[in-house]
Structure formats: C-alpha cells, structure tokens
Design a protein around this ligand. Structure first.
Ligand SMILES: Nc1ncnc2c1ncn2[C@@H]1O[C@H](COP(=O)(O)OP(=O)(O)OP(=O)(O)O)[C@@H](O)[C@H]1O
Length: 251
C-alpha cells in the first residue's frame, strides 16, 4: 500500500492556448494536511478539479489511495469529497433536504443520524429548514463543509474552506477540521489564501505560480528558507518571485 494518499505525475491541463497546470509532480502523504497555495490564476482550482475527476488532465497521471483516476476513479470517489465556494447547492431545497439527498447519493448509512450529527457539530440547526438559496455566504460555506463530510471521506479536498466566514466562525471551523483529521486519519488538501490558516493547519505546502509548483516544504522549512517570520511574507516572496532577488541581496 502506497504511503501517499495522492500522487500526481506530470499533471497538465491546457485550455486552448492557456496552460493552467504545467506538468506538475507532487505527492500528498496519507494523514497530512497539505496546503495548495498560489496567487489568483496559479492553477489551484484546476488541480483540485482534476483530482476529483471533474476535469480530465490533458497529460499526466493521478493516483488517489493507490487507484489510477484515469482508469478506475469510481473505485475511489466514494472515499473522497470536496468543498468549494464555487459550487452552489440546489437553492430551493432546504439545507436538510440537500444534506439528505447528498447523503443518499454518497450511500451514507444512517442518513438522518449523520445529518443531525453534522448539523450539531457545524452549528447548522438554526437554519436546517431554510432553503439553501436564502443563506448568507458564511452559512453556505458551513453547509458546504457538512456536505463534504457526509461520507466521512478519507481524502478531503477543500477549496478556500473559510472564505467569507467571520473570524470566530472560521476559528471554530479550523478546530473542527483539526479534530476531524485527528479522529479519522483523513488526508486533507487545502487551497487557501489565508496564511495564518495555513500555518495553523498545514503540515506541508505546495506553492504554485502560473501552473508550476515553484516551492514546497513544511511551513517551518519555508520560513527558514526565505528568512521570514510569517507565511504571508513567504507567500509574497514566492508570488512575486523575489527569492532570487533576496538571495542576491544577501550575497
Ligand atoms: N475553463 C477554463 N477555460 C479557460 N481558461 C481557464 C479555465 N479554467 C481556468 N482557466 C485558466 O487557468 C488558469 C488557472 O486557473 P485556476 O482557477 O486553476 O486558478 P486558481 O489558482 O484556482 O486561482 P484563484 O485563486 O483565483 O481561484 C487561469 O489563467 C484561468 O484563467
């Protein structure tokens, strides 16, 4: 059994003349929380979409939990899930109806109990019977995370999991994700622009720029490498390609 929950080799996606993801290699170790970072348009969402099988790679391969996604993704999709602010739940269904429908789609055992459990844990009970379309952005984000956890995924892909949450709710959600990871041993790949979140949650990060992975390591390794005190500054150095400049200045 491979140690890596996700392994991508020469993964590439082109949209016509645009190469959104350019022959990237990376591995996400089992049980890790790995941050996928990069500025707007770096290729994070495209990468996550390929990992989920929502977009077909132009070239390259992906293995998730040892399964080749090109050949056999249906063997592994039930053990995965994702949350993204870009995916809307059906608006007219209530929150509870949405969660029940998705739970059935995912083949969850004990649907009502699982929905109640998540509603309690993610503080959704006050609006379970409201149409999903009537929720605030922050409430939608929590419902989307509940949807992503219905099947207790072993591989969880999160695109901006705390976008549009107030600091208190975001903090509680991060604690919840940490507890979920500890209890389940799940692997998490997290795209985020929130660097304090990355420092708190991620064991390691992959830094993307213009379709390439331009650096990687643990947050501590990157802080040391760039001589910075915060991941925010490391992010800016990498996004603006300042490392060589810094290295030259140090010489
Ligand atoms: N369907 C598409 N057709 C054409 N170009 C696309 C398409 N999807 C993404 N792109 C382009 O691919 C590049 C990578 O986009 P992607 O959404 O993966 O970036 P991202 O890192 O997730 O950015 P953000 O932080 O802004 O969400 C961008 O240049 C984008 O315009």
């Amino acid at each position: 059994m491979t140690e890596d929950a996700i392994k991508a080799v020469r993964l590439t996606k082109r949209f016509g003349a645009v190469t959104a993801v350019d022959a990237i290699d990376f591995a996400v170790p089992r049980g890790s929380v790995t941050g996928l970072l990069g500025g707007n348009g770096a290729g994070k969402t495209t990468t996550i979409s390929m990992l989920l099988g929502l977009l077909l790679p132009t070239e390259g391969s992906i293995r998730v939990l040892g399964v080749d996604m090109a050949r056999n993704r249906h063997a592994v999709l039930p053990r995965m899930n994702f949350s993204s602010p870009y995916v809307e739940l059906p608006h007219r269904l209530t929150v509870k109806e949405n969660l029940v429908v998705y739970a059935h789609l995912y083949g969850v055992a004990g649907v009502r109990r699982r929905v109640e459990e998540l509603a309690e844990e993610l503080d959704l009970t006050a609006f379970l019977d409201r149409p999903a379309g009537s929720l605030s952005a922050g409430q939608k984000t929590r419902v989307a995370l509940a949807k992503a956890l219905l099947n207790r995924p072993q591989v969880l892909l999160l695109d901006e999991p705390t976008a549009s949450l107030d600091p208190d709710t975001a903090d509680r959600l991060r604690s919840y994700l940490e507890a979920y990871r500890r209890a389940s041993g799940a692997t998490v790949l997290l795209a985020s622009h929130n660097m304090p979140e990355v420092e708190r949650l991620c064991d390691r990060v992959l830094m993307m720029r213009r379709g390439h992975i331009v650096d990687r390591g643990t947050p501590a390794e990157l802080l040391e490498k760039y001589g910075r005190d915060s991941m925010e500054d490391v992010f800016l150095d990498i996004a603006r390609d300042r490392r060589e400049g810094l290295a030259n200045a140090a010489e």
